[in-house]
Design a protein around this ligand. Sequence first.
Ligand code: FE
Length: 181
Amino acid sequence: MNPKIFFLIFNITLIILACILFFKMNNDYGKVLTGDNWQAKQYGNKYIVSLNNRSEVVSTLTDFVKTQKINVGTISGLGAVNSATLRFFNPETKQYVDKTFNEQMEISNLIGNISTKDSNEYLHIHATFGNSEYKAIAGHLMSAIINGAAEFEIEAYPNAKVERKFDSEIGLNIYDFGAKK
Ligand code: FE
């Protein structure tokens, strides 16, 4: 082959490869999703979820999980709220104690999991809130109203199944994998 033609083909190939690489590096493959009080970007089985200001965290995340048909997964997030209701379970009495905090707080950490109970999506969320005195309030999250940012990540486990069952001895809805005890 004529060396000039060889170098021409070589250079064109290099330019095409560079263009493909540039396109891949700059191509955001995230799919934009929207719903009631939330918007999200989907990257495979991972989602970046933003909740609208003044929305309620637990019901809005539940709506997201239901519309995306996520039966098993993990949740993490941060943001700010002006009200939060936390639940404490007393294992001795098997009684719940709920307490509402009406003040501006940072969601300094929120962690949760998604499973099903009676085949319905079941979100179990715990959260730590930091108040204006930099003190932490933490517990099982019943509800919270966003007042500021609301940035969550959800990872789904496609085709997974994790059911819960009420355990009368413990007094809670516990994972039931069907394993013999
Ligand atoms: Fe809990």
